[in-house]
Design a protein around this ligand. Sequence first.
Ligand code: GRF
Length: 191
Amino acid sequence: MVTKIAVFASGSGSNFEAIVEAVINKKIKNAEITLLLTDKENIYAIERAKKYNIKTVTHIAKNFETKKHYEEEVLKTLKEEKIEFIVLAGYMRLIGETLLNVYEGKIINIHPSILPAFKGKDAIKMALDYGVKYTGVSIHWVDSGMDTGKIIDQEVVKIDENENYETLAKKIHKIEHKLYPDVINRILNKQ
Ligand code: GRF
């Protein structure tokens, strides 16, 4: 059985592309990336989707009266595309109860720290500023909190002596692009 997946993104979409490539290369089995859903126009993730002929739908939250209205529109899109599983990849909004009511247990997120450390935005910068010697990547189930859901997997990255934002971000992304596809494959194929 092929699972129809929507990836939600708000930015560059490098994780989105890594996941699409992993499906093409059969590192993720029994999956189809059916949809890229974004909350912003003119983001690089949309260019990446074009390259792979993946449908993109953008809903701008501030055009809706409430979060509920926004998420109802998102739900409508997901239903139209028969989406069964949601992968958040740099999607910069909290998932609300409208989406959770339907998809709880079927939404995962990736975060660039070893949770519960450095939740929220700018986790890479926070780790550098704090001066920790190790940080990393976490993948977790999504609940109503910010980066609070049950952890599925984590991988540690050592922060070297002369580390700067660029070098650390590069190391973290390299891990993300492998770990996220691995975890998705494990979940879909119950390994
Ligand atoms: C990643 O570092 C991810 O951990 C965080 O947002 C970033 C998204 O990067 N949630 P990209 O858009 O996939 O390149």
